[in-house]
Ligand binder design. Structure first.
Ligand SMILES: [Zn+2]
Length: 153
């Protein structure tokens, strides 16, 4: 069984994550760029809890009708972290397996040894674009730079 603690972090108060500080609870003024109305109170806003509908595992296919994504088990950030891989376009939604910023690999629940194996796996993926869990998207060359730098540490 594979699950994503990070994705669950958006919906479960007990799984609130340090790298997703606004995953649950009142929204602060800090994260509000525009209000839907003058009467909207961001401190009174509560996110609706979304319960998982299924468990995903390595090799499962997420069928969106016109696009298909293979589930890649990419542990390290959490034991159940996943990525979604579309081979036909070289598109990877990497979650927190890789993104273009400092990796938070020392927080509780992370495993650096496992994270390294995940990074090595990503080097072999013929990606065209990576949409990370944080920051801007990037291409294959930047992926190699990020992973190589991480593995060299
Ligand atoms: Zn994250």
């Amino acid at each position: 069984m594979v699950y994503s603690r990070c994705r669950r972090g958006y919906s479960r108060p007990t799984a609130r994550r340090r790298d997703h500080p606004y995953a649950y609870g009142p929204l602060s003024e800090y994260v509000i760029a525009a209000r839907p109305s003058e009467s909207f109170d961001p401190n009174a806003h509560q996110l609706k809890i979304a319960l998982p509908q299924t468990n995903l595992a390595e090799g499962d296919v997420v069928d969106l009708g016109d696009r298909f994504f293979e589930v890649l088990h990419l542990p390290g950030h959490s034991p159940g972290s996943i990525g979604l891989w579309e081979a036909s376009t070289g598109t990877l939604f990497s979650g927190d397996a890789v993104y273009d910023a400092q990796l938070l690999d020392e927080l509780p629940g992370r495993n650096k040894v496992v994270y390294r194996r995940t990074k090595e796996r990503l080097l072999d993926l013929p990606v065209e674009v990576v949409h990370g869990g944080h920051e801007k998207s990037f291409g294959r060359d930047r992926l190699r730079e990020i992973v190589t730098a991480y593995l060299g540490e």
